[in-house]
Design a protein around this ligand. Sequence first.
Ligand SMILES: [Zn+2]
Length: 419
Amino acid sequence: MELSGKRMYSLLKKLNFERLSTFEGEKRGAEIIAEEIKSIGLEPKIETFMAPRYEIKKAKFEVTSPFKCEYEVSGYGFSGNAAKDGIEADFYYLESFDEMCLAGAKGKIVFVAGGLNVENFKKLVKSGALAFVATSGTWLDKKSETDLEERMLRPIHTDEGVIPGLCMRMTDGIKLVNSCPKTVKFTLEQEEGEAESQNVICEIPGTKYPEEVIVYTSHYDSVIFSHGMFDNASGTVNNLELVRYFAKNLPQRTMRFIFTGSEERGLLGSKAYVADHKDELENIRLCINVDMTGPILGYDTALVMADMAVCHAMDFYKKEIGFAMEVKQDIYSSDAIPFADNGIPGINFFRRAAADSTKIHCRYDIISTVTAKSLARTANFILSFVKKLDNAVYFPIDRKVPEEIVEKVDKYLRKNPQK
Ligand SMILES: [Zn+2]
């Protein structure tokens, strides 16, 4: 094998901390990546962009009658503020988002079990509810072993209006509803704004076809409480290992690596890249996105956002070399999406974890779920596939995104919400 799982794993250790969008950890992650690129002998470029950032100043939820009681809560970012001294109103448990249940929400502080998707959030705003409390976690969670999630709303939630929100543990939510509160007091104070996030970029020019560019993306940010070892320090070290390989073994075509920030906030790094480099996009022939590799138990997967011919070719190739892998034409919620939205075909590589063998977006996305062997396995397959593309006399993948994928991307990006 040409790529070293051991080296990837030792780099993974260096990224073993929380790397939340716009915060110090994300910046430190970018610096470590830039240092690594320098150590390979290349010059990294750091491109900054603005990403939304909120800071909760006060979040409180109390039952005021017929008894008094307070629950631990977190605030929903970008859900606004609830008066300086809080709102006191009747409590309402919204069992379902059907019209009958929603009819009772007006003027109340509404409790919902679980999270809120965009459609349900809009229904809730329309219902005339004053504020909402959602839940995080499950009925089995132990307080000492879990974190009370911090959630935020995105512009797609709030474009038709907004009401303030809090989040409490599911275990508390069960107690709360069972205690039949009459009135509750809801307090939320937050600052909403923007702060800097960054992409780290490096390039190895092609020796024969420098104008044909293959772009590699992998996000290095994580969510709150998570060290994001599987999601996605793994893809980051995968791509850094490819940088090292191509710096030594010069490619015929240009290899450009983009380590993206703020993916977890809605693909903001890759969106910023395509927006800032509009004029250079026509040279990009393919985007290879690596998001989540390395779990011990799992199955390698390629989701292809290109012509079916690419699926067939990869399917044939993996069988030829005896590499167990699922190959499918589909989209993947990650950084290849903004490229596909600009007509650039993409391939998403990841190792699908076996059910219940790992957990992401929480404190349990830890280094012990990832192994050097699994990292190397996926990385070496990607390299062998890319080498076939790079060695071809004519770039074998058409620069087009098939209709079915365009439709899925448009739906993902909510381009035609009326449809
Ligand atoms: Zn990810």
